[in-house]
Write a protein that binds this ligand. Sequence first.
Ligand code: KG4
Ligand code: ZN
Length: 365
Amino acid sequence: MKLPSPPRCVLGIESSCDETSVALLGADGRVLSSVISSQIAAHRRYGGVVPEIAARAHLQNLPLLLDEALAAAGVALSDVGAVAATAGPGLVGALLVGLSEGKGIALGLGVPFVPVHHIEGHCLSPFLRLDGGPSRPVPDSFTALVVSGGHTHLYRFTAAGIDLAARTRDDAAGEAYDKVSKMAGLGYPGGPVIDRLAGSGRSGRPFTVPQLKDGSLDFSFSGLKTAVRDRLSSLGVSPATGVPGDRPALDEGDLPAGLLDLLADFQEAVVRQLEDRLTRFLAKEPVPLLTVSGGVAANSLLRERLASWGRRKGVEVLLPDRVLTSDNAAMIAFAGLRRAGRGGADGGLDAPARSRWPLESLLPC
Ligand code: KG4
Ligand code: ZN
């Protein structure tokens, strides 16, 4: 069967959670433009993402971002040869906004529509470059660690398909950051503020890395969260629960040294667990290339330590540009570009929005 030739230019749309994003990619994976609008400010006072607010904000933002992305890329809508949009997993109301917009544009232009798996987008994001150059070549086989608000998953990509090598048994790494931040009264989201504050602390009493009784490589972060809560109480910081309000309860300029050290210990424990699982995985099978992606891949300590882990172990570790760690449409357009000639991840214009969608169920690309 002759596959259709790759499209001239791919339009990508992301709306699965609290970032609205539109991007345009050239046929060689070159990022022509990428615009991202974060809704963090709209959700902060509720201490987390409110699905209805997210969907409404996507609806307002998307047309503006589309114009902005086309203008920044210097292309017209008629130059678009395929449209890719996130079909899941994510918040269904939020997903439907981008998915419907993408299908409508594709139908109107008479070009293919490619539904994209959000996590496949994250796994591929480190292959994109933001220096105007074409994407890095994607090998047939690589390992992908996704560390985000909803995922701490390790996947094997091979020519035969995608399998799950390890997953979190409880909280995701980003979720642990967000919960610890909430308990410490530091607001939402937790990752960026803890990253910044932990840099001023010193990790002297590291938490132990959990080992599962069955010897599996699965991750677990809920015990760490409980251990942090206990240490917070001993510091006299009463763990906050529920809606934190508009402002962090604590004044960042006046934090007890013990709290900064505790945050450094917490961050150290997250990174150590990732290193531990990767080292044990590598002892079982070769890892020529590892991608590390998702919101937590923006973390300074994680970036430094996993890059040096790779150098020590002889593993090529690819981290996305920081801008591409959080949800973005460039990674969605890229996953769409790769699947465009193959009928998409699932179903073209018939693709539903899915709140749950195991990445392992995708056909090989
Ligand atoms: O990938 P993402 O934008 O959304 C999901 O698909 O979940 O990830 C968001 C998560 C949040 O939990 C946030 O606290 C975390 O990424 N995060 C960070 C940092 N920046 C964002 N975690 C640690 N360090 C950071 N610098
Ligand atoms: Zn994400």
